[in-house]
Design a protein around this ligand. Sequence first.
Ligand SMILES: NC(=O)c1ccc[n+]([C@@H]2O[C@H](COP(=O)([O-])OP(=O)(O)OC[C@H]3O[C@@H](n4cnc5c(N)ncnc54)[C@H](O)[C@@H]3O)[C@@H](O)[C@H]2O)c1
Ligand SMILES: [Zn+2]
Length: 364
Amino acid sequence: MIRITIPVQPRPYEAVIEHGLLRRVGEYLREILTGGERLFVVTVPPVRQKWGKKLMASLSAAGFPAKWVEMREGERAKKLATVEELAEKLPGLGADRDAVIVAFGGGVVGDVAGLLASLYMRGVDVVQIPTTVVAQVDASIGGKTGVNLRAGKNLLGTFHQPRAVLIDPAVLGTLPEREFRAGLYEALKCGVIGKPELFQQFEENKNKILKRDHAILESLIAESVKLKAEIVAADEHESGLRRVLNLGHTIGHALEAETGYQRLLHGEAVAWGMIAATNIALSMGKIDSVTAGRIADAVLGLGPLPRVHVRRANIVRRLQADKKTRDGVVHFVLPTAIGKVEVARNVPEKVVGQAVDELRRLST
Ligand SMILES: NC(=O)c1ccc[n+]([C@@H]2O[C@H](COP(=O)([O-])OP(=O)(O)OC[C@H]3O[C@@H](n4cnc5c(N)ncnc54)[C@H](O)[C@@H]3O)[C@@H](O)[C@H]2O)c1
Ligand SMILES: [Zn+2]
């Protein structure tokens, strides 16, 4: 069992990582809760079908009354209407101020259930039990909640730190292959940002990782969670430092939007975005070509990635539009070494355009 503290104030919490942890979730919650709380498990049908019995058995063995609160799966369900639908069910199920919301699913469930918990009765506790790679290495840690608006993703949300994050890599066994690989790019991203040994795991143990080897998955997840814990601790509300976690996301978001959120999974868009950021760093003389090549190889080695045939002018236009919804400048997180990044403002448009052209070239 690996335990990592996320040292936020006033209430630090733990991320616990263990193969088979689902069976012991009840036991763990008895340690950190008083014992009398009612639990409301927000989930989606596939996760409930595959893993629901195990979770419920563990909760009831520990004496917790728990009820299911189901939502539809997929990014489209990540909207305020879903939060309202779920909230409307809670009073009838007996949820009061001592209710604990359990987010049992991927990043969509985590973000929606986290927002629900932060709003219901002005805020109740949430426990995250993430079931995708994206959610286990990234979304469940750090307390960001949110839903999408028509104008863009994650534009409506709160910060609401969970009481605990309980990670069982065994549940990744039922994840479709493409979802699994898409999540790995976020872990690889953590390696590039600040964990050189994690990056090396991808270079040396790629096949074991893709075969979902238990021990390697545990260590990949743990290293990613550690990186996120360090960064969140230093910058809980994303005033600056936390931005480094957006490596690959500037162009990644533009690619997702440009392809109508249909063609690429989020992690795949981030993968292309990391290659673009690496090429930008290379053009600007911030990274050497050998290191840049290692990053590109590691990303492409987890492939295949869906091809992107986007026009550079459209991507540049989207970055400009994005700028208005953010803070007036396009920030690029650029790798400068394995395990090191810097934030660059005002990267010349031409350099961005060339990096987009390179993605097209790699897509042929
Ligand atoms: N809050 C944050 O800090 C943060 C960080 C990163 C991403 N996110 C958000 O996370 C979302 C993406 O998360 P995601 O990639 O997990 O997508 P997701 O939640 O949509 O899950 C992907 C698919 O896998 C299915 N699924 C989940 N667990 C499964 C399992 N164990 N076995 C079989 N199928 C399973 C789901 O039903 C879904 O169809 C995005 O909305 C993104 O904005 C949030
Ligand atoms: Zn991401």
